[in-house]
Every structure is written in structure tokens, then in C-alpha cells.
Design a protein around this ligand. Structure first.
Ligand SMILES: Nc1ncnc2c1ncn2[C@@H]1O[C@H](COP(=O)(O)OP(=O)(O)OP(=O)(O)O)[C@@H](O)[C@H]1O
Length: 271
């Protein structure tokens, strides 16, 4: 059984080379975590007193302004960051998808990169060998898959990365919004694969600024603000408080169909 538990966790980043004048300016800014200082070294408190308990089947969206702590929280949930204070326990294999390009080697071929990236995301060689033809077909890269990755355009790299990411079987899937950067036509094609991926995942946590993606993939949400959890609950209610308007209003008929009528009617994502 997969689960993530975080108790009273904080994550600090001490900044050893900060300049005092620019720091004053930052403290007045609207975005980012809280900057304090212990002794002479300024500390960015990226996360403060976080309590989360996630179990199999949870699909959680992470929302909040730039610098609110979403990516840091994802890294804490992945076990990449240890809490500076408090504690956490992660049960299950984590697939962290923070940057589609991570784990790609420009000097080796597309085929070899499919393998390497799959291993990085927790699959084994046999599992990847079974999937490679399907991924190759999805990317539509044809003979390019035998060429070194450095010869690819940005969009071609994203196709490859999305092909691999959507082929894995994750117990805990942690997604940062990089997937939003793909061109619309290809994203449309990736959409079904993305849905299937989420269906196969035990736990999903997805940081995104896109209502549309959140509505499609999540049913609950956490609102981060200055490193704190400002709200945690049903997707509709959290998005409404965060945005100041109901995201379910004025949805296009296609969108309504995509996210499912029951989710809209239940109001809180069926919680
Ligand atoms: N490695 C780091 N060193 C120092 N400070 C950091 C580091 N990573 C994040 N921070 C700080 O922690 C705070 C939270 O950053 P984080 O990247 O988690 O925000 P975010 O909500 O993901 O933002 P965005 O929506 O802009 O991606 C910010 O104030 C940021 O400056």
C-alpha cells in the first residue's frame, strides 16, 4: 500500500552569499517564501509546518503564487529534501517528473534515452524493452530515434520525454507543470495517455498554474502561500478561494465532457 505522511515539516535554505540591500527589497516583495535570519546568515523558509497525509487513490493539485513552495513541497514528498524540522514517511516507489528533460543525454540516441529515462523513473530494463515500440510510435520521431538527442528540436525532445513519462507504472507520481509547455496539438494527443497514466498511479500530486489540467487530473487540492498550507480540501472549493471565482463556472461543453459531469455536480470532486 502506498502512502505519504508529513508531520510538522519545515524546509529552510540558508543563503551564505546574500547581499543585505537586495534582501531588504525581497522582503517587501509579493512572491517567494519568507526570508528570516538566524545569526548572520539569511534563511529562506521555503516550507513551514507542513502536515499532509496521502493514501492510495489521492489526486492532489498543488496551487499557489510563484515561490509559494509548490516545487519544494513536491521534492519533500519525493524524499529528495529531508525536512529541516519535523518528519516524513514515504511508502512506495516515487516517479518524480519535475523537468521533462532531466535524465536525458544529448550524446546518445533517442532509443537509448528512452531506456535511460525509464530506468530513472523506476522501471527496469525488461519493462522498458516491452514499451519501447509503443513509445516510438507515439513520438512520431521515426528515424530520428536513431540519431543523437542533440540533433532534436526542443519540441522533439518534449515528445520523447512525454512518451516515456506516460508509459511508466508509478506508485507515487509527482508532476511539476513542465508538461504544460508542449504544443497544443501534441498535448491533445498526449492527453489520453496522461489520463491513463494517472489512472495507473497510486498517488498523484500535480503542481500547476493551469485550471484546465487541474480539473482534468485532480479531485482535491492544496493551496500553498509563503511556504504554508493555506488550504487543503476539495479541488473546487480550494480553487475558488485561491482564484476568487468558481473555476467550474463557464466551462466549455468539451471540457465538461472531459472532466465528467459527476465531478462538477459533486462540487468537491467526490470527496
Ligand atoms: N535551492 C534553493 N535555494 C534557496 N532558496 C530556494 C531554493 N529552492 C527554492 N527556494 C525558495 O523557496 C521558496 C519556494 O520556492 P518553490 O520553487 O518551491 O516555489 P513554487 O511555488 O514552486 O514557485 P513557482 O510557481 O514559481 O515555480 C522561494 O522563496 C524560493 O526562492
Amino acid at each position: 500500500m502506498v502512502s505519504i505522511d508529513v508531520w510538522n515539516a519545515s524546509v529552510d535554505f540558508p543563503i551564505f552569499d546574500a547581499k543585505s540591500r537586495s534582501l531588504k527589497k525581497l522582503a517587501l516583495g509579493k512572491v517567494g517564501g519568507k526570508i528570516g535570519s538566524e545569526g548572520r546568515v539569511p534563511i529562506i523558509e521555503a516550507l513551514h509546518d507542513i502536515n499532509v497525509s496521502l493514501k492510495d487513490g489521492d489526486r492532489v493539485g498543488l496551487v499557489g503564487h510563484n515561490g509559494a513552495g509548490k516545487s519544494t513541497l513536491l521534492r519533500l514528498l519525493a524524499g529528495i529534501y529531508e525536512p529541516t524540522r519535523g518528519s516524513s514517511r514515504i511508502v512506495g516507489k516515487v516517479a518524480p517528473v519535475f523537468d521533462l528533460g532531466v535524465g536525458m543525454d544529448p550524446e546518445i540516441s533517442g532509443y537509448e534515452n528512452i531506456m535511460i529515462r525509464g530506468l530513472f523513473l523506476g522501471m527496469n530494463r525488461r519493462e522498458m524493452e516491452k514499451r519501447v515500440d509503443d513509445i516510438a510510435e507515439f513520438t512520431e520521431l521515426g528515424d530520428y530515434l536513431s540519431m543523437p538527442l542533440r540533433t532534436y528540436s526542443t519540441g522533439m525532445r518534449v515528445r520523447l520525454a512525454l512518451g516515456v513519462v506516460t508509459s511508466i507504472d508509478p506508485e507515487i507520481l509527482l508532476l511539476d507543470e513542465g508538461i504544460g509547455a508542449v504544443d497544443a496539438a501534441f498535448l491533445e494527443k498526449a492527453r489520453n495517455r496522461l489520463h491513463d497514466l494517472v489512472k495507473r498511479s497510486g498517488i498523484l500530486v500535480f503542481a500547476s498554474h493551469s485550471d484546465e489540467f487541474l480539473l482534468e487530473l485532480c479531485d482535491s487540492a492544496i493551496w500553498m502561500d509563503e511556504g504554508r498550507m493555506k488550504a487543503h480540501g476539495g479541488l473546487r472549493e480550494v480553487l475558488t478561494s485561491y482564484k476568487g471565482r468558481d473555476p467550474f463556472e463557464n466551462l466549455s461543453p468539451e471540457m465538461l465532457e472531459r472532466i465528467g459531469q459527476s465531478k462538477v455536480l459533486s462540487g468537491n470532486g467526490g470527496e
